[in-house]
Design a protein around this ligand. Sequence first.
Ligand code: GTP
Ligand code: MG
Length: 481
Amino acid sequence: MAAASDTLNFNVGVLGHIDSGKTALARALSTTASTAAFDKNPQSRERGITLDLGFSSFCLPVPQHLRPLGDYNRLQVTLVDCPGHASLIRTIIGGSQIIDLMMLVVDVTKGMQTQSAECLVIGEITCPRMVVILNKIDLLPEAKKQVAIDKMMKKMQKTLESTRFNGCPIIPVAAKPGGPDAPETETPQGISELVELLISQTYMPKRDPSGTFLMAVDHCFSIKGQGTVMTGTILSGSVSVNDNVEIPSLKVSRKVKSMQMFRKPVNTAIQGDRVGICVTQFDPKQLERGLVCAPDSLRTLYAAIISVRKIPYFKGSVHTKAKFHITVGHETVMGRVTFFSPAPEDFESDPRMDCFVFDREYLYQEEYLSQAKDAGADRGQASTQAEGGKLPRQQWALLEFEKPVTCPKLCLVIGSKLDTDIHANTCRLAFHGVLLEGFEEKNYAEVSLPKLKVFKLKHKEGQVERVSKLIHQYMTSVTSV
Ligand SMILES: Nc1nc2c(ncn2[C@@H]2O[C@H](COP(=O)(O)OP(=O)(O)OP(=O)(O)O)[C@@H](O)[C@H]2O)c(=O)[nH]1
Ligand SMILES: [Mg+2]
């Protein structure tokens, strides 16, 4: 039985606008990588098997630059083919949280489109590395092909300049030359080069087996006489045969009977691995997607405090009391936000991303504080800049969920306006953050929030005055600043 550790699994997300060719690219990559490009290495030619719609893999020899970093015999690249349709953005956000590298697929004849931009934003929040794929180069007229590719490359470089992916590689390909009606024998273009590029972009991802076990399940089915199989990606910790795991949404625990990684039995799997775990029987229809975890390791929250940042591309307002779709880890619910900042004397304090400090006093904000250019000013309203134009180094939001969410500690939070018209050509993602504190009590407003000291300032003829008005039924307004 193979130990999990001889294979380094590297997860590559395939994201982009609808119809940009993500699925065609994933298909071309798995085929090319497992045949032509690596004919000389018979052991590495092994073809990955799709575990679930959207997942495929191929194996490569461990690249030179990773060899000194671990005792692995092979590198398994798992492609996570995300949907492109705007309505499936929750799935895309889920997918983006399990990847080590993102391939942003752009139709070379169209350039950046609305959902390509949203994927870029999601990548900036969740993923350290990116490669841009300019697909469908076969559609460019032969005589002008190179010029058109160069032009689009320049345009993309410009777009990426202001992002964390400034200078990231851009590569032209044709994943399915001729489109849907072309014969399957038509060879994709640029795929071997892309495989080489992906190899050069791999790095040693965080693979820590010591954390608490948590896995994002994307598929669930039963095998007669054996049990129920859940396939997914391990987000943290490790799992072994005979462990007990909990399915929090069903409030049940089950014993792990056996496990497989791409059809090979394994005894144990760790963070980043893509695995199928077979547990004692339960009805697979009850869990299509969701989380499995170590028993009693997740909490179910009615409200939370997050460290928050606005997404600069979001054009709408980000106001206290507004409702957003809030993705907490892998779940999305409606919730109401209340923004608050440090007291002015604490604006320069170092951000704390690991916990929330209750014994300080905070300042209530009607709106997320941002630079005039992306705040109220460009909507013709008064800017929400703080006194003297200074911005605090950290801001927070209280989130109150319409229904409780189950999530791990310090998980990713994304707030979005998913009810925006998907044809409106605008970024629907409004803010993101890290969950610092959760409230598990249904009556959190009475039992927990009184210890949160948020108070309000009143602006009058340029003066800051103390007000003694309760800003929320539970928020106290006790001291002057
Ligand atoms: N001409 C040409 N057509 C392509 C190429 N790649 C994909 N297509 C076609 O583009 C269409 C969309 O391709 P898909 O791979 O399904 O696109 P997708 O990005 O996975 O789409 P969604 O998953 O729905 O977002 C199909 O008709 C493909 O045949 C290419 O390189 N050249
Ligand atoms: Mg697709």
